[in-house]
Design a protein around this ligand. Structure first.
Ligand SMILES: Nc1ncnc2c1ncn2[C@@H]1O[C@H](COP(=O)(O)OP(=O)(O)O)[C@@H](O)[C@H]1O
Ligand SMILES: [Mg+2]
Length: 254
């Protein structure tokens, strides 16, 4: 399996005046292409910080973070932002769509970052909107659709540059359970059909079931990990899977 992100002895600390808070402690972790990896852990355990450090959105205090075989910690900001723009996609709890732009425009402005032709970007944007079931809403503003639909647009926006890896931080956190399931189905679809690599932070059990690998974070340290079969709703015993994962999570102190 091809490694896409590697962390070696990754530490992240914050200095608040006189005291230092260690948020990530000597994390060793490899993320593989094609995997749907989930980071679980209680609130405050460092999940978001880890996601931001692995995607070079945040600086690290010591150790290494590599994208493929490139060390990101001593790269300049221009090189890092090029990798983020062209190789990585991001989805957050808050969708952060630009309120004055249509759904279509929200997607294409991210597409222009990769310097593709206008025609290619436009046709890719329409095809993504149709994949997430919103092509007939292309001209609407974000305020004219539901939260769940906005999150689907955010996923389409994140995928416009065909990123090697999609990072998602609690993408279902602001949604009701029906919209949340729809978002998870969308993510599972891209992982199963396009082999889209996904790294998702969540503290939701249902969301974690989509992963084929779960990492458990406790107080800034990796406490354990669980390997699962790839999620494919048709041929999987979801009751059994949920029981297994819950059991394991409880053993981790969840
Ligand atoms: N800018 C900051 N300054 C100081 N502490 C921070 C900062 N950002 C996050 N933290 C602390 O880091 C810890 C982990 O935060 P976070 O990664 O957001 O956790 P999670 O996503 O698992 O809820 C928390 O204890 C939080 O208070
Ligand atoms: Mg968080």
């Amino acid at each position: 399996m091809q490694k896409i992100i590697t962390a070696e002895q990754l530490c992240k600390e914050y200095n608040n005046g006189s005291n230092t808070v260690k948020v990530l402690k000597n994390i060793d972790l490899e993320i593989y292409e094609g995997d749907f990896t989930v980071i679980m852990g209680s609130s405050g355990s460092g999940k978001s910080t880890l996601l931001y450090c692995l995607s070079a959105m945040d600086s690290i205090s010591s150790g290494e973070v590599k994208y493929q075989d490139q060390r990101m910690n001593n790269m300049n900001e221009v090189a890092i932002s090029k990798i983020r723009r062209t190789e990585m996609g991001f989805v957050f709890q808050q969708m952060n769509l630009i309120s004055t732009l249509s759904l279509f425009e929200n997607i294409i402005i991210s597409g222009y970052l990769k310097k593709e032709s206008k025609k290619t970007v436009h046709s890719n944007a329409m095809s993504l909107l149709s994949q997430v079931g919103l092509d007939t809403f292309a001209k609407r503003l974000p305020s004219e659709i539901s939260g769940g639909q906005q999150q689907r647009v955010a996923i389409a926006r994140a995928l416009i540059n065909s990123p090697k890896i999609l990072f998602a931080d609690e993408p279902t956190g602001a949604l009701n359970s029906k919209s949340g399931k729809n978002i998870l189905d969308t993510l599972s679809h891209y992982n199963n059909n396009d082999n889209q690599t996904i790294l998702m932070v969540t503290h939701d059990l249902k969301a974690s079931l989509r992963a084929n690998r779960i990492i458990y974070l406790n107080d800034g340290e990796i406490e354990g990990e669980l390997a699962l079969d790839k999620y494919a709703a048709e041929n999987i015993d979801m009751v059994e899977r949920e029981k297994n994962v819950l059991n394991w999570l409880q053993g981790m102190g969840w």
